[in-house]
Structures are given as structure tokens and as C-alpha cells.
Design a protein around this ligand. Structure first.
Ligand code: ATP
Length: 357
């Protein structure tokens, strides 16, 4: 639906020129919840502002349903934005805020009223319609901002860290709420966040960005279970990195030799090496502790850290380096291991991921 093709954005000129986006290409599909995820300064907001029309690319094209988007000024694009600061009118009621944009578009009064009622119901604010927005909570203001942005029925809703001003509990509730709004309205959402948990919870697909480029695009499970490179593996969740020897690859399956000398199977990222020295990523919860003589990696327990829901076992490997195993806690389970115990680490064939350099 939205085709971003070879988009580069350079701010400033000469010695102060800064390349905020570097040849970014991505297709965002109709009806999807698409998230741009990355650390501060990686270019997420810049990409969103280019789609909205608040910035113009230095190079590249952006089309929507095949038509060139860049020819149109922001107000002519079938796109609306929800900002981090809700930017509501404090002297107007909730209903007036939601209807304001529609009135500006010259919609007939009856249609405005009907749409406002629908939107109030959609964001569950019908009872608050007559309140001024200065008299409602932050979470309620966020709902009004969403309703106002959805009211003109844009094809695409752009959301720039819209939940970051909310406290933890409200944020969790609003994540589910946003997902519901997206699937009920069928509008394409492009959501910007630096919060990996938020991205994994809500998105159909995620583009992980770093330093002005997209490093990997995929569903939450793809990105989490099969990170293609070290930056993605490190930015999303916790990961163990092992230096290993890649022996051969067939059908995306790699045969590798671990630092302990043991051989096992792993997955490889597209475009990765076919042999030689590689880095293997293994998630802490995908590995288990085992007796040292049955293990892929023998070692000695260095630390046991209890987290309530799970326990982290830090193991110093005999071959060097540290590996963390995360185990879910069961009620009343005995804690069988202590720091200093010899232990081993195992993981199933195929759960490790060979990273691209
Ligand atoms: P954050 O999560 O902190 O908002 P971001 O990933 O959204 O970060 P952008 O706002 O897209 O990052 O900024 C990308 C880079 O471009 C940053 O280094 C920023 O300083 C720079 N930048 C953004 N806008 C301008 C501008 N108008 N002039 C110069 N540099 C800019």
C-alpha cells in the first residue's frame, strides 16, 4: 500500500550535513499494524514525517496505492498523525475536539455528529463527551486524540510514540486498545517506538532501524527468534552470543562446531556466510541446564538470580565466556543448583541463529 523506495534524507548542507535516512526501502501493507522500532536518533520519526508530508526526502519516492504521495501537501494526503503530545484544544469538549477536523473539512453537521458518536463509542468515551479535555486524565486524553485522528477515516494513521507519556499500567491497557482499534477500523497503522516489548506485543510486522537504515523486517516472532544480525539480536530481548565455526549450510540449516568442540545444527540468516568463523545467538529461555557430561557446553554456575517469574542462571563456560539460561519458576520447586556447581548447557538443534556479519 505504501511503497517507500530508496528514500534518503539529509538535514543541513556542507560540513553540517547529516544523513538521517540512508536509502530506505520498505512496503507497508494494507490493514497492517506496522512498527518502526529502533534506538533514539535512528531516523524513525524522520521516516514518519516524510510519509505525513512534514519533511521532503533528499532522494527517493513514496507512493500510496500506486499514486505519488510526495506531490501532495500534508493536508491532501489520506494520512493522519497522532503525536506524543496529544495537542487537544483544552477549552473544547471531548466531542468538539473529535468533530473539529471534520467541521474544518466542511462536512455536514449531521454527518459530523454521527461520526463523533461512532468515534466516542470506538474509544469508549461516550460518557465523557461533554467534558472539557482539561478535565480528563492522560489516558482519556490519549483516547480523544486517537478518536480525533481516526474521525476523517484516513487510509493510514501514523503514531509517533503515542503511549510514552502514560504510566506503565495504562500503557499496557492502551497497547491492547490500539491493537483493537486497528483491527476494528481496518486502517493501516504505522507506529513509531523505541520500546521493543511494545513493538512485539502490537505489531503485525516490525522494521528494526539503526543509524538511518532498516536492519531487518519481519513479524514479531521472526525478529525475536531469528534475528539476522547482532544489532537486532541485541536490541530486542536478551541474547547469548557464542563464537562458533560454521562447517556447512544447506536449506537454511547450518552445521556448526561450538567452542566446546561439540557439533550441532542452527539456522542461518539470508545472505550470511557459508562457512568459517561466525557468531551464534541463543536466547536464554531457549537453553536448559543439564549435567555437564551430557551438555553441548560444560561450565560452572557463577550466579543464580531470582526474578519471581523466572530464574537466571549465569554460567562461566569451560571454553571461555559467559552464558545465561532463563528458567521459568514453578511454585514450591526446589532450587537444586548453587553458584560454584559444575553444570552444562544444552539447546535443541535449530534454536541457535547464525548471525550475518
Ligand atoms: P527519537 O526516538 O529520539 O525520537 P528517532 O529515531 O525518531 O529518535 P529522528 O527524530 O528521526 O530520530 O532523528 C534522526 C536523526 O536526524 C537524529 O540524529 C536527529 O538529530 C536528526 N534530525 C532530525 N531532524 C532534524 C533536523 N530538522 N535538522 C537536523 N537534524 C535533524
Amino acid at each position: 500500500m505504501i511503497e517507500i523506495d530508496g528514500v534518503t534524507k539529509i538535514f543541513g548542507t556542507g560540513s553540517t550535513a547529516f544523513r538521517a535516512l540512508d536509502e530506505v526501502s520498505v512496503t507497508i501493507r494494507e490493514n497492517e499494524f506496522f512498527t518502526l522500532l529502533g534506538p533514539s536518533g535512528c531516523g524513525k520519526t524522520t521516516l514518519l514525517r516524510l510519509i505525513a508530508g512534514f519533511e521532503y526526502p533528499t532522494e527517493g519516492r513514496i507512493t500510496l496505492d500506486g499514486g505519488d504521495l510526495l506531490d501532495n501537501p500534508p493536508h491532501r494526503r489520506p494520512v493522519n498523525t497522532v503525536f506524543q503530545s496529544y495537542a487537544l484544544f483544552p477549552h473544547m469538549t471531548v466531542a468538539e475536539n473529535i468533530g473539529f477536523g471534520l467541521e474544518m473539512l466542511g462536512k455536514p453537521r449531521q454527518e459530523v455528529r454521527r461520526t463523533v458518536d461512532e468515534m466516542l463509542e470506538l474509544v469508549r468515551m461516550t460518557e465523557m463527551a461533554g467534558r472539557r479535555t482539561s478535565q480528563i486524565s492522560g489516558g482519556q486524553q490519549q483516547r480523544v486524540a486517537l478518536a480525533r485522528a481516526l474521525a476523517p477515516r484516513p487510509k493510514v494513521l501514523l503514531l509517533d510514540e503515542p503511549l510514552s507519556a502514560l504510566d506503565f499500567k495504562l500503557r499496557k491497557d492502551m497497547q491492547l486498545e490500539l491493537k483493537r482499534l486497528q483491527s476494528e477500523t481496518g486502517i493501516t497503522f504505522v507506529f513509531v517506538t523505541h520500546d521493543q516489548a511494545e513493538a512485539l506485543t502490537m505489531s503485525d510486522r516490525i522494521a528494526v532501524m539503526n543509524e538511518g537504515s532498516i536492519r531487518q523486517i519481519g513479524g514479531p516472532r521472526d525478529i525475536y527468534d531469528h534475528p539476522a544480525e547482532r544489532f537486532v539480536a541485541d536490541f530486542i530481548g536478551d541474547t547469548n552470543f557464542l563464537e562458533a565455526e560454521l562447517l556447512d549450510v544447506s536449506d537454511g540449516r547450518a552445521r556448526i562446531r561450538l567452542p566446546s568442540g561439540t557439533e550441532t545444527e542452527a539456522r542461518t540468516a539470508e545472505g550470511g556466510a557459508a562457512s568459517g568463523h561466525v557468531t551464534l545467538a541463543v536466547r536464554p529461555e531457549h537453553a536448559q541446564l543439564s549435567p555437564p557430561d551430557e551438555a553441548l557446553l560444560p561450565g560452572r554456575l557463577a550466579e543464580v538470580v531470582y526474578f519471581g517469574t523466572d530464574t537466571h542462571f549465569h554460567v562461566d563456560l569451560d571454553a571461555g565466556g559467559r552464558f545465561v539460561v532463563r528458567q521459568q519458576n514453578q511454585p514450591d520447586a526446589a532450587q537444586p543448583r548453587q553458584a560454584g556447581d559444575p553444570v552444562g548447557i544444552t539447546f535443541a538443534a535449530g534454536v541457535g541463529q547464525v548471525l550475518r556479519d
